[in-house]
Design a protein around this ligand. Structure first.
Ligand SMILES: [Zn+2]
Length: 196
């Protein structure tokens, strides 16, 4: 597995992408849109608290990999449910529609040409087309993280298909591992290597 790096200033890039993702200017129903965002923000403040710090929705979107893992670890089994309406807005609107608008830009801002899971298939953009899928490293069990940049990994179609049935234990966003560690991830046990 190859670690993912952002091109240039990571913080600025994430900030820029965040503004594009939530951009209110092209919304037909600005008031309704703002009401949804406020509702999710209130849910975050009421439900996500680590070491006395309550998280806002923008903080969740921009949170680094370690923070997302800390949250997932704390709430892994007991994350309070979001209302169906907020969940639907997160997945069907913010992720499926809004993120698809910035998906090409997001993958273009990353130092990567091939899928970080298989190190084989190309995931960079061909002209205006994006040829990658996006994998949610922390699954949709955490709908609030559906558009968190450090939870999204551009991958090839085959790996995304495999990942949906199998848990991959390292995220390429995890800065603690270098390439060598990641290459030796999940060695096969003797039984597995003999296909038993
Ligand atoms: Zn792949």
């Amino acid at each position: 597995m190859i670690p993912i790096k952002f091109k240039g200033s990571e913080k600025e890039t994430v900030h820029e992408l965040y503004h594009k993702l939530l951009d209110v200017s092209n919304q037909k129903d600005k008031k309704g849109y703002i009401t949804h965002i406020k509702s999710i923000n209130a849910w975050c403040l009421n439900n996500i608290c680590i070491n006395g710090h309550s998280f806002t929705f923008p903080e969740i979107i921009k949170a680094d990999y370690d923070t997302l893992c800390e949250i997932a670890q704390k709430y892994g089994k007991g994350m309070p449910e979001m209302s169906d309406q907020d969940k639907k807005f997160m997945i069907e609107y913010l992720y499926n529609q809004r993120f698809s608008v910035i998906r090409k830009e997001f993958s273009d801002k990353l130092e990567m040409k091939v899928c970080p899971y298989c190190n084989r298939n190309f995931v960079n953009s061909a002209s205006n087309r994006t040829i990658c899928d996006l994998d949610h490293f922390l699954t949709k069990k955490y709908p609030v993280m559906a558009v968190s940049f450090y939870n999204l990994v551009p991958v090839c179609h085959s790996c995304n298909h495999v990942k949906s049935t199998e848990k991959i234990s390292y995220s390429p966003h995890n800065k603690k591992y270098n390439t060598d560690d990641l290459l030796t991830e999940r060695p096969l046990s003797p039984q597995q290597s003999w296909g038993e």
